[in-house]
Design a protein around this ligand. Structure first.
Ligand code: 13P
Ligand code: SF4
Length: 300
């Protein structure tokens, strides 16, 4: 098929360069199922990056994931197959914004979503992902925190934990587009539907769901859903990947595409390995402090 040539070339190049491919759950099925060595949510990819022994890590995902891998395993060559694969959340805030927030709310701990630049992580106390956000917030044992930059994640976690949050105006451009009306429409159209929503969705959307969790949390839920019909309120490739693994689950598939994730293709991965580009580097002036906030998260 159209993919076979690239898949064979990528497998050969991985062996030649001693490389592994880490792929996020939003990567397309031919990447997720045919060339990835490790797949997962942001948290799993960070943990796995730490343990890589190969010389080269190819991050089939977006820039912040590649940066996190580099921070956690700095002696490795980390490649991102398309250097324009950003994230609307990471683009919503700078290190300077975080410093100004600290001045405005002195004494409040700063919990920063991993979907941010190393610069922003360096100004933070601790990171979180969608998979551990509630646990990280509770681990601090305070009744008010700064949680940035995802306004919706922060509000969803505030609701779940009872901890008051000061947040930012960042949104995921994929998840902010879902509406509660849309979810109600799909429930009416598909009786018995189980609705799973990512916590980057607006709180009004999460309120319409049966379950909310990270992409790994949604995967785990689907693994127990044989014979059911499910709607994953998230990026399109999630259902495509899970449908291959779970033929007995019926997937209702309205979804939104992430244009950043979709920049990563088989030809882009092949080119990255052939040319060993683009290599991810982190400004040494921020690397140690950024690493600390990720390591605190992993230890919490
Ligand atoms: P998780 O896979 O950690 O749930 O993150 C979702 C996401 O939007 C990453 O870009
Ligand atoms: Fe960023 Fe949203 Fe795309 Fe994830 S899905 S990379 S949070 S824009």
């Amino acid at each position: 098929g159209a993919f076979a040539d690239d898949i064979a070339a990528i497998q050969r190049l991985k062996a030649e360069k001693n490389a592994v491919i880490l792929a996020h759950n939003y990567q397309t099925p031919e990447i997720f199922h045919c060339v990835a060595d490790v797949t997962g949510d942001s948290l799993a990819l960070a943990r796995e990056a730490q343990n890589v022994e190969a010389d080269v890590i190819v991050m089939a995902g977006v820039e912040f994931m590649a940066e996190t891998a580099k921070l956690l395993n700095p002696s490795k060559t980390v490649l991102i197959p398309d250097s324009n694969a950003g994230c609307s959340l990471a683009d919503s805030i700078t290190g300077r914004d975080v410093r100004l927030m600290r001045e405005r709310y002195p004494g409040l701990p700063v919990i920063t979503y991993v979907n941010t630049s190393a610069d922003v992580k360096a100004e933070s106390d601790i990171c979180c992902t969608s998979g551990n956000a509630a646990r990280i917030v509770k681990s601090l044992g305070v009744d008010r925190v700064i949680m940035i930059p995802d306004e919706f994640l922060a509000r969803n976690i505030a609701k779940e934990t009872g901890v008051d949050v000061v947040t930012w105006k960042g949104h995921c451009e994929v998840h902010e587009r879902f509406t509660p009306e849309e979810i109600r429409h799909w429930r009416d159209a598909y009786p018995g539907l189980v609705v799973l929503a990512h916590p980057e969705c607006p709180p009004e959307v999460v309120a319409e769901a049966d379950f909310s969790g990270s992409t790994a949390g949604m995967s785990d839920y689907v693994a127990t859903a044989d014979g059911r019909r499910v709607l994953l309120v998230t990026e399109c490739s999630m259902s495509d990947n899970l449908a291959i693994q779970h033929p007995k689950v019926e997937f209702v598939r309205p979804c939104n595409l992430c244009p950043h994730m979709k920049l990563i293709t088989l030809p882009a991965i092949r080119r990255a390995l052939e040319t060993m580009t683009t290599e991810v580097t982190i400004d040494p002036a921020v690397a140690d402090r950024a690493r600390l906030s990720i390591e605190r998260m992993l230890a919490a």
